[in-house]
Design a protein around this ligand. Sequence first.
Ligand code: UT7
Length: 337
Amino acid sequence: MNFAARITGTGSAFPKNRVTNDDIVQKLAGLGVTTSDQWIRERTGICERRISDNGNPSEYNSSLGLSAAQNALEMAGKTADEINQIIYATCSPDTPLPSSACWLQHKINADNAWGMDINAACSGFIYGLSTAEKFIRTGQVKTALVVGAEVLNPIIDWEDRNSCILFGDGAGAVVVERVHSSSSHRIIDSRLRSDGHLWELLHIPAGGSNMELTPERYARKLNKIKMKGKEIFKIAVKTLCDFAQNLLRKNQLTPEDLDWFVPHQANRRIIEAVANRLQLPMEKVLVNVDRYGNTSSATIPTVLDEAIRDGRIKSGQTILLDAFGAGLTYGAMLIRW
Ligand code: UT7
């Protein structure tokens, strides 16, 4: 049994509501907080993001995940009953229970699958894809669906200008299938790590079992994202570079061998700094942070889907995915498309 895993379909979905920087400037002004389109563009590269209508069931996290999954299945030429496994990466599920994977299974009728969630924040999609790849390689799963989806707006503190300008909602999905290990089109390798000592840099204090959400804690916004942006920025640049270089070296490759670099879309300045350190021209770097902001686990599958659908990514090309996120978590993956 010599199996490998290959991505055969990709898809994405976003909420309808397009929120520009000027919309945010106005929203924050109403709360007595100052920001500007110029500051957001210059410091983050973000021009707009999509925000879900939380009262609309078609824009729930699992509904965006469903649309993305349907698009990916269509590209792969697969039906939902052919899926054996659903891995759903999210830190903003519809409900604490059941899992988003089960919500998606219910909505898409993937009756021959089992599913689970992965919460590795912005690294979640790479964690999920790496997990699916192991199940496929060991022969336990033939076809997997890996989703990265977020509806972050309810956990954003709209009075914290340091963080609220960054995030957006959206979903990306891929279908992963078993191929023979001699296939050149496959997931080549991945590298995962986390550093729980750095939990405080990006966390939500309340709403879990150690700090139940009470009206007083709600009023203090303890159910919202607390972020130390400057510290994360420095660590992100260093670890994204280290992870990329390590994984390339382990596979006897150099940045020059890459056709595409697909970093987590947190801030265009982080992406440019990493590309610069890896000596990769920006023409080889996929970017959608300008239009969607930071959609956490959805950034990598959505930007990948975009470049596959518009023909930039071509058969046989070598692609490096690279992410970091709350935890802190880190992950990189090499793919031959
Ligand atoms: O998926 C992982 C999630 N998180 C990240 O990746 C975050 C990574 N970090 C970042 O993206 C950046 O650090 C931020 C965008 C969060 C902040 O950018 P920065 O260039 O590191 O700004 P800074 O924190 O050094 O702040 C510079 C100034 C400060 O004013 P003073 O103290 O110099 O007067 C801030 O108060 O900019 C001010 N500032 C703002 N001004 C206008 C911070 N946020 C804003 C804002 N509008 N939205």
